[in-house]
Design a protein around this ligand. Structure first.
Ligand code: BDR
Ligand code: CA
Length: 332
């Protein structure tokens, strides 16, 4: 199976932790570097969580770079402890990794990796887009160097989750999102329309908790916290799967059922729709005819059920633990 070099940008977070573990276990992905950005937690706490998870998963060699603390405009708002816990990973305590931070910023890491892998690097962004915007400012030809970028963010036809119309990753840095979504590259946008309708249930969490692998068990514990938040929305213990679903789409392991390529704008005004992703879905009435110049594939629905695939992939850590080997592909 072909494996592609990946740069992951995240605000580690419970669902970011799931996405990271999923990506490491995916044979299609060869994670070359990870940048942390403020979102669910500060960039510094997100980087700490990422380093600790990498060590737990047997991938401590993957470099982690500290990214932006503040969005392009304004300052970091303190994260979402009511969703992810004060430490971002549902109050689960992981052993502190021995590895330290990379000697470059997240934006510098992304630019370096794009230059080292011209035309093949895949970018997966599952937090606010500040680091990606800073990388675009550092290297304006970044869109020509990167093969594609997958972004968890936005709400196309669905309501928002941070405001009535805005999703958290976009709402936490609308200026960065506007820059990234107007750049000349192939974007796959994974909005709330599809992440809120693909749900992980309590039986899936129990499967993770019953695993012999430390990674699935830790994720199962974190999900306990996440499920309590989503119980307030869905009325039962379960959760949306924002970031791992974006990871699965980025590696091509799941197939979109409805994913028109359309123009997307981000509202950067200071009014009530600040942070809204304005997706031109008027083609809905005509089965989405081609929009000249559009580069953003907006995933609105999936083929099949994502949760069993996610759980099966994460449970691969059980057999790897037994064999004392890290899960996931590496390319020399
Ligand atoms: C997104 O915001 C964060 O809370 C999650 O990690 C996800 O990336 C969902 O709106
Ligand atoms: Ca995230």
């Amino acid at each position: 199976m072909t494996s592609f070099p990946f740069y992951l940008d995240c605000d580690t977070g419970i669902d970011d932790a799931l996405a990271l573990a999923y990506l490491l276990a995916s044979p299609q992905a060869d994670v070359r570097g990870i940048g942390a950005v403020s979102g669910n937690v500060s960039a510094a706490v997100g980087a700490r969580n990422t380093l600790d998870l990498l060590e737990l998963a047997g991938h401590a060699h993957i470099p982690v770079a500290l990214g932006a603390h503040d969005p392009l405009a304004g300052s970091f708002g303190g994260g979402a402890p009511w969703v992810h816990g004060a430490n971002g990973i549902g109050e689960v305590e992981l052993s502190m990794a021995a590895a330290g931070l990379a000697p470059e910023t997240a934006a510098e890491m992304l630019v370096r990796l794009a230059q080292e892998h011209p035309g093949t690097l895949r970018v997966l962004a599952i937090g606010p887009l500040t680091n990606i915007a800073e990388a675009l400012r550092l290297e304006p030809s970044l869109p020509q160097l990167v093969a594609e970028i997958t972004i968890m963010g936005g709400a196309a036809l669905a309501p928002g989750n941070l405001t009535p119309v805005a999703e958290a990753n976009i709402a936490n840095d609308p200026e960065a999102a506007a820059l990234v979504l107007s750049a000349d590259w192939n974007v796959t946008l994974v909005p709330l329309d599809v992440t809120m309708t693909n749900v992980l249930e309590e039986n899936h969490r129990q499967e993770l908790l019953a695993s012999s692998g430390a990674v699935p068990r830790a994720l199962g514990e974190m999900l306990g916290y996440y499920f309590r938040f989503y119980e307030g929305l869905f009325g039962r213990a379960c959760s949306a799967m924002h970031d791992p679903l974006a990871a699965a789409l980025a590696v091509g392991a799941v197939t979109p059922a409805v994913a028109p390529v359309v123009h997307v704008d981000v509202d950067t005004t200071s009014g009530p729709s600040r942070g809204q992703t304005v997706c031109d879905l008027r083609g809905l009435y005509m089965d989405y005819p081609e929009q000249p110049g559009a580069r953003c594939r907006v995933v609105l629905a999936l083929e099949g059920d994502f949760a069993p695939h996610l759980v099966e992939t994460l449970l691969a850590y059980s057999s790897a633990a037994a064999a004392s080997e890290p899960v996931g592909a590496t390319v020399a």
